[in-house]
Design a protein around this ligand. Structure first.
Ligand SMILES: Nc1ncnc2c1ncn2[C@@H]1O[C@H](COP(=O)(O)OP(=O)(O)OP(=O)(O)O)[C@@H](O)[C@H]1O
Length: 305
């Protein structure tokens, strides 16, 4: 394959199971070179979308492509796409090495990939332990190793952070960033916003199978607000004429459209005292609750606030 930067494109995708519409006219793009979060409450349609992307299910309508091709039309699917689903089961009597060897044989991947991946995922010391003794974190790593056997350019990971402790999260963040840094396309689902905030650069938010918002975090949460506490709040308010500032108590101002260093410099230029200067971002939890409560229904409504 000459072009190894392969975007994921979901276009007007619909999937019905009898009376249930799991995915409804869903469209979004996932760019290579970034980790993109796929966020939605339980039952939102994330797994269904990812299953369609990996050819495990057919859509009722619309398309889901990788580098412009449906999974079934990819010339070397297992070398192009690596997927991890939450439900991936291990044979409890198999060791980590056995497990990877079985999958390497199924995908006709060279056996040496097994040892390379055990090393890469930090599983070498546990390579000959039976998977039934594995912690959640080790299972997640073994899942990732399995997905990486074919050295794929696209990774679809369904809830890979489920059950990880903070150290595991920090490791996963770096690991996914390194994969994306190499031009890979990485889509990671979760129903927990704070996890995706750590792991992903961009996010696609869905609810009831429909798109709610998509884009980089900063674009979705809006610019920061600077809160200043100053005994010279009146004079500072006057000095801030032309920016959007509002009183928030006798000695406090909330300022939009300037960052904290700019506010500090302006105060210094006017020789005004600053006792406290903090930056607040629109709470991501708040954003998600607002989105999933149905106040916003399109990306525009979210980005323009
Ligand atoms: N095989 C199926 N048959 C019938 N309904 C299904 C099937 N698979 C999924 N659904 C339904 O489709 C909807 C979307 O489910 P899906 O698993 O895609 O959501 P999800 O966002 O991945 O949720 P979770 O975070 O709980 O995994 C749900 O209402 C689910 O019950």
């Amino acid at each position: 394959m000459t072009d190894d930067r392969l975007p994921i494109e979901v276009s007007h995708l619909t999937k019905r199971f009898g009376a249930v519409t799991a995915v409804h006219d869903l469209s979004f793009t996932v760019e290579p070179g970034h980790v993109t979060g796929f966020l939605g409450p339980n039952g939102a349609g994330k797994t269904t979308t990812m299953r369609i992307l990996t050819g495990l299910m057919s859509p009722t309508a619309g398309t889901a492509t990788i580098g412009g091709l449906a999974y079934r039309r990819l010339p070397q699917p297992s070398r192009t796409v690596g997927a991890v689903f939450d439900t991936t089961a291990f044979h409890p009597g198999h060791t980590a090495r056995d497990h990877l060897r079985v999958y390497a044989a199924m995908g006709a991947h060279p056996d040496r990939r097994v040892d390379d991946l055990l090393d890469l995922l930090g599983l070498a010391p546990a390579a000959d332990r039976r998977t039934r003794t594995f912690s959640t974190g080790m299972r997640q790593r073994l899942n990732l190793a399995t997905a990486l056997l074919g050295d794929p350019r696209v990774l679809l990971l369904d809830e890979p952070s489920n059950g990880l402790d903070p150290e595991g999260m920090s490791w996963l963040r770096q690991f996914l960033r390194d994969l994306a840094g190499d031009g890979r396309t990485v889509l990671v689902s979760s129903h927990v916003l704070s996890e995706l905030e750590i792991l992903a650069d961009n996010v696609v938010v869905i609810r009831h199978g429909r798109l709610l918002a998509a884009g980089p975090w900063a674009q979705l949460t809006g610019p920061p607000t600077v809160v200043v506490r100053s005994p010279d709040a009146d004079a500072l308010h006057t000095a801030l004429a032309g920016t959007h500032a509002e009183r928030d108590g006798p000695d406090r101002l909330r300022i939009h459209g300037l960052d904290a260093p700019a506010v500090a410099e302006l105060a210094a230029r006017h020789r005004l005292r600053v006792h406290e200067l903090t930056t607040e971002r629109t709470g991501l939890e708040q954003l998600f609750l607002r989105l999933t409560a149905g106040e916003a229904t399109t990306a525009e409504q979210v980005t323009t606030r």
